[in-house]
Design a protein around this ligand. Structure first.
Ligand SMILES: Nc1ncnc2c1ncn2[C@@H]1O[C@H](COP(=O)(O)OP(=O)(O)O)[C@@H](O)[C@H]1O
Ligand SMILES: [Mg+2]
Length: 123
């Protein structure tokens, strides 16, 4: 379950401020599929970056099941990203001198899964 509560997000560059979200709320239940649609610049990428814990926000709360993501420290955030978040990018970001097998295996190595079990998962 993903639950964003009263999220405010402001980008600051010098004197320039862009408020992307003010009191933004989103609830996504387990197993639910959600499509986020909106014109260019409406905040889709910002939203995905927040959900993936790639970027923070200025106020509000982000609950992922029982974890309050905005309270995680650096190590906690690393664990969270590794164990709960997957992105499929538009241009995939596959490593083209790796085989398909090796590309699939890469995040499993980061997770510390042993070779034998990696093989099984990749299969
Ligand atoms: N790193 C950034 N620094 C400053 N402003 C940003 C940054 N990223 C996005 N913005 C601004 O935030 C708004 C939302 O952008 P974005 O989330 O990329 O929208 P979308 O993905 O829907 O096109 C836009 O006005 C954009 O210019
Ligand atoms: Mg975008």
């Amino acid at each position: 379950m993903i639950n964003l509560q009263n999220i405010t997000k402001i980008y600051r560059m010098g004197d320039n401020e862009t408020e992307v979200f003010r009191d933004f709320n989103l609830f996504v239940d387990d197993g639910e599929y959600v499509a986020v649609m909106g014109r260019s610049g409406s905040g889709k990428t910002t939203l995905l970056n927040i959900i993936g814990a790639m970027d923070g926000f200025d106020s509000g709360r982000y609950m992922y099941n029982d974890a309050e993501v905005n309270k995680l420290d650096r190590h906690g955030l690393e664990q969270f990203r590794r164990n709960h978040i997957s992105y499929v990018f538009q241009n995939y970001f596959l490593i083209n001198y790796y085989s398909v097998r090796e590309n699939i295996e890469l995040p499993l190595i980061a997770k510390g899964i042993k070779r034998k079990q990696r093989r099984e998962i990749v299969e």
